[in-house]
Write a protein that binds this ligand. Structure first.
Ligand code: ATP
Ligand code: MG
Length: 774
């Protein structure tokens, strides 16, 4: 056939050409599994399989988009558009929009994100009068989530004495009730959380054979990437849908299974051959991504795991450089090392920022790296953490839009009923919640019938509530006649949200306003983009769904050149020429939380394998001897994983016991960043220059004492603010001269109220305010 098959090696071509029936490709990192999946889809289409009959499930929506693009170049754009491709969550959200009504959901159901779920659970715990220190809402949310992913419904929970007992033993005998209330409230609010998208799909396919038959017939070919990380709920969906035609192709790597803490079940891979008849088994061995050094080093690590399938991975790529290991004294120095190394590599080899990635075990590690990159003016992007769509002002606008689509949405309503302030207090809201629970209705429905219900809410407040209802209804009417952008713009203005932030006048308020503008731009882009698609219209519902299911990765348009910062978990499936893996220390990586059993430790090791195999040309592993964690400076020990790599593949940049490093610590970390008075304190008293000696205990103690000041949040505060007191005269770059009336708050929240000469009084966040003390 066409030449695209020439872009595969023989081992890859075999699963691509495999005729109908189940097949599985198990192979190590970088061996072309994702490529096989992509090309198989193109090949199927080339063989006449209708693109409407193909379903592909990927780890991120971005991966799906890239695959689609690649397929489009082979088979043409218009055909590629019809493919159902995306993450489990986005694909099955779409399916539930069509058929969720059979389960009693509106087609415009809201998707609650984790924050919405947590808020609702916290509210329920409070309403039930439970102790919030025992019933911790985040833990409870986690627990409910894992029940759902194991298909343990409320009913199943109560029928399982073991579960009930376990929660009672954990001093949470009422967990089942919370679960029940939570499920009821979501349902009443016309909302599904992330786990519901899978759980309800399962329910739909099990309870309605005609629906199952319809989708079995539609998705005659199903392909799943990263199969090793599917959970039980996902497994069952795939199993049910593929049951009739058995055209199921899964690709994965047991050595890269890293999501068991979220219920991923590696036995899905191990049992595949048992679940289907006549499985075509394929192995790929050649790695195309990385140098020999990286491939061999990664092999030497994963060999330490006892529980793994036998696999060979080799490469014909260059030998490459050895993996560089670098030790620092503090995490701040580690950050600086990474930044300067990136800088030097960029200069020496003429590289782009986008060719570098910094990977870490936990999100909080990014701060030190960010600080250092900023100082060097190296642009970066953080994936994960608080995404754009989780910012307060953005969630506020989105909450209004969610109300337009689904006024039953309780979390959205609670968020905005009194924002911007319209005189509706907490007591009133509590009364509404109680009434809603009592009548089994949503809060909005209660608000629509205030007069009949006699809730002891005074006339003034009743009017305010009715005005709110009228406003939401007016948006709904407008929504019928206009696209998402026009409506969103109208909502932002009409509700007073834009004005609220503008009025604020502070740089932070302005930043919030700009973010809302950015959101509106995003909606406009979305609307334009959707209009080109066959099965989309650019409606508000589509936009909200896109937002709810967007992962950070998805927003990466790739059009600006930045260093990528992300957790190793997020980096799965990706590749970068230069990779820095930071924080290679015991208790951090492997994580202290995952060292209790062999299987936990093995999962950490797999995580390390994933991290290292992201690198194409050069990998760096860095660790530090002192790390600032949980508010304290602690001694850190090098990670055991460093020793597990065979020596021949690594190069130690910082031999043990070299005094030079300590010099660099004392010069840069202490003297460089704190004021001179501290410098004198930190100097060793015996007069020996610190430059050539390992610090003694006394010095280390002092270093530890100093550290919190170096990294405290106030560090971001504008340089002038320690000397800023009530009565200070200041100059602001935009507002001119003024006098400080009051200072309040601490750390990042420190604010000053300033009377400016031009007449107005403003409250400014010192963190952002560009002030000079006169
Ligand atoms: P991971 O386990 O990390 O998900 P993978 O097995 O899915 O990796 P791919 O991402 O498909 O591997 O491929 C790794 C890299 O090698 C990609 O850049 C891909 O384009 C390239 N590649 C794969 N096969 C070939 C080939 N036959 N010829 C040239 N390049 C290839
Ligand atoms: Mg892949």
């Amino acid at each position: 056939m066409s030449s695209f098959l020439d872009e595969l090696n023989d081992a890859q071509r075999a699963p691509v050409l495999h005729k109908d029936g189940p097949l599985m490709v198990i192979a190590g990192a970088g061996s072309g599994k994702t490529r096989v999946l992509t090309y198989r889809i193109a090949h199927l289409m080339g063989q006449g399989v209708d693109s409407f009959n193909i379903l592909a499930l990927t780890f991120t929506n971005k991966a799906a988009r890239e695959m689609k693009k690649r397929i489009a170049t082979i088979v043409g754009n218009s055909e590629a558009k019809n493919l159902w491709m995306g993450t489990f969550h986005s694909v099955f959200a779409k399916l539930l929009r069509f058929d969720g009504d059979k389960l009693g959901y509106p087609s415009n159901f809201t998707i609650y994100d984790t924050q919405d779920s947590q808020r609702l659970i916290a509210a329920i715990i409070k309403e039930m009068g439970l102790d919030k220190d025992i019933y911790k809402y985040k833990q409870i949310q986690n627990r409910i989530s894992s029940y759902k992913n194991s298909l343990i419904t409320v009913k199943a929970y109560f029928q399982n004495p073991e579960l009930v007992e376990a929660d009672a033993m954990a001093k949470r005998p009422r967990l089942g009730e919370i679960y029940q209330n939570y499920v009821d409230r979501c349902f009443k609010a016309g909302a599904m959380d992330f786990d519901d998208l899978l759980l309800r799909t399962n329910e739909l396919l099990t309870r309605f054979p005609e629906v199952l038959a319809k989708y079995q017939d539609r998705f005659r070919y199903i392909l799943v990437d990263e199969y090793q990380d599917t959970n039980h709920s996902q497994y069952l969906i795939v199993k049910a849908l593929s049951d009739r035609y058995q055209n199921i192709c899964v690709v994965g790597d047991d050595a890269q299974s890293i999501y068991s803490f979220r219920g991923a079940n590696i036995s899905n891979i191990l049992n595949f051959q048992r679940d289907y008849d006549n499985v075509g088994m394929y192995r790929l061995e050649q790695n195309y991504r990385s140098t020999k050094n990286i491939v061999n080093a990664a092999n030497s690590i994963i060999a330490k795991n006892k529980n793994q399938l036998e696999k060979v991975v080799w490469t014909s790529n260059d030998e490459g450089n050895k993996i560089k290991i670098h030790r620092s004294i503090t995490d701040a120095e580690e950050g600086r090392y990474v930044a300067s190394s990136i800088f030097e590599n960029k200069m020496q080899q003429q590289l782009q920022n986008g060719e570098f990635a910094v990977l870490y075990r936990t999100n909080s590690q990014s701060r030190a790296i960010e600080d250092a990159l900023r100082k060097r003016d190296i642009p970066y992007r953080i994936y994960g953490g608080l995404s754009f769509y989780q910012r307060k002002e953005i969630k506020d606008v989105l909450a209004y839009l969610r109300m337009v689509i689904n006024p039953k949405d309780e979390e959205a309503l609670k968020r905005i009923i009194n924002f911007p302030a319209r005189g509706i207090g907490q007591t009133t809201i509590d009364k509404l919640v109680v009434a809603a629970n009592h009548y089994g209705r949503s809060i909005f429905e209660v608000m629509e019938h205030l007069e009949k219900l006699q809730l002891k809410i005074n006339a003034g407040t009743t009017r305010k509530l009715q005005d709110f209802v009228t406003m939401v209804k007016s948006f709904q009417i407008m929504n019928e006649g206009s696209d998402a952008f026009a409506l969103a713009e109208h909502v932002a203005k009409k509700t007073g949200l834009l004005l609220e932030f503008k009025k604020d006048g502070t740089p932070e308020g302005i930043a919030r306003m700009e973010n809302i503008e950015e959101l509106l731009n995003g909606i406009k882009d979305f609307v334009e983009g959707q209009k080109e698609l066959a099965d989309a219209t650019g409606s508000l519902t589509e936009f909200l769904e896109d937002v709810a299911l967007a992962t950070d990765m998805d927003k990466d348009t790739g059009d600006d050149d930045r260093v990528a910062l992300m957790t190793i978990h997020l980096a799965k499936g990706l590749e970068f020429p230069h990779v820095y893996i930071v924080g290679m220390e015991e208790d951090l990586f492997p994580s202290a939380m995952s060292m209790n059993t062999r299987s936990e430790l093995e999962e950490e090791r797999r995580l390390f394998y994933v991290a290292l195999t992201r690198a194409e040309k050069q990998a760096y592993l860095t660790y530090t001897q002192n790390r600032y964690r949980w508010g304290k400076l602690i001694d850190a020990e090098p990670s055991r994983f460093l020793e597990e790599i065979e020596e021949q593949y690594v190069e130690n940049l910082t031999p043990v016991n070299d005094g030079y490093r300590y010099k660099s610590m004392i010069d840069a970390d202490i003297f460089g960043e704190v004021d001179k008075s501290r410098l004198r304190q930190a100097k060793p008293k015996n007069g020996t220059p610190p430059s050539v000696q390992k610090p003694n205990e006394n010095q280390l103690r002092k270093l530890r004492k100093l550290k919190p000041e170096i990294s405290s949040p106030t560090n971001n505060t504008n340089k002038v603010d320690p000397s800023l007191v009530e009565g200070s005269l200041v100059n602001h770059t935009r507002f001119g001269k003024g006098k400080v009336l009051k200072i309040e708050g601490i750390g990042n929240d420190r604010k000053a109220e300033i009377q400016f000469e031009r007449g107005d009084i403003k409250k400014l966040l010192l963190r952002f305010a560009k002030l000079e003390v006169l």
